[in-house]
Design a protein around this ligand. Sequence first.
Ligand SMILES: [Zn+2]
Length: 346
Amino acid sequence: MWQTIQGHDHVIDRFRLAAMRGRLSGTYLLVGPEGVGKRSMAVQLAKAILCLQQDSEQSLNACNACESCRLLDSGNHPDFHTITKRNDRQLVTIDLLVGDQNHRNREGLLVDMAYKPALSSRKIAMIDDADLFNIESANTLLKTLEEPPPGAIIFLIGTSQNRQLPTIRSRSQVIRFGRLADDLVADLLISKGIISDPTRAKELASASYGSISRAIQLADEELWQFRAHLFQCLVAPGIDRLRVARAAAKFVDGAGTETYVRRVRLQQIVHFAIDFYRGILRSQSGADPEGDSLLRQAIARSQTDATGPDDTLRRLDCCLEMLTYISRNVNLATLIEWWIDALARP
Ligand SMILES: [Zn+2]
């Protein structure tokens, strides 16, 4: 079963050792870049631990045949509870943990976790977006981490240890995930049937910075073409504000009418610009710019070198600031104009 998790052998070994010794912890904080397999790891661990076959927890091998394994695969296991930030919210809010005001302490993940296991020997929770707790939800979670239900295991999924509140971090075993190797990302693209041409798979892998989910996104031809177009625009000595803002707005509009999908599309565009300016910065400091050939060519042609690392850093900051604005309830067209204006400032 562990063949589906690749590139993180040291993490699997660590869990195996703890399981063999009967020393699994109550809370794990899995941190690392987006799209490298943290959620898949938590799900596989939950499957092995909840499996009804004898010794599956000690060996961390699920049988894949019992009722528990089947229910987990179908996403309906009564002892495996997961939450993820709601699309219309910026943060993980308290209602997901203990119910909204009308159902406080009657619904939510922590309420479910307090019940005895229905099928397996433990209750397991996976909390996605652990980077995004507000104070209220973090404090509520903390109470459970301080006095966890017997045998419960909680997996918190986040991008960086530094983004967690110290009180939560100190009660968790931190497990770090690194980027996936480019060759592995390319192999995964082919084995998952997303790409058939090995050269193209390699190109996408080198643009993915070790994230399979990012590589899969980039396999969308429309997105890939826009990325190339954006690099061309950014390379020009004076950014043509009107042209770039129009192109970005049109591309965002093309994502659909729902605000959420438009936001995601705009985030993707900003991430492309971040790739570009990070590459420039690396190149300005004499390091390898990293990334795919398209990005490398753009960086080589770029004339922003004349402006120096301070300006690149300022533009990079603009992009990061833009990402925080996108998640707020701000008009996207206005945001795009603000962003491009800020990037174009000499
Ligand atoms: Zn099983």
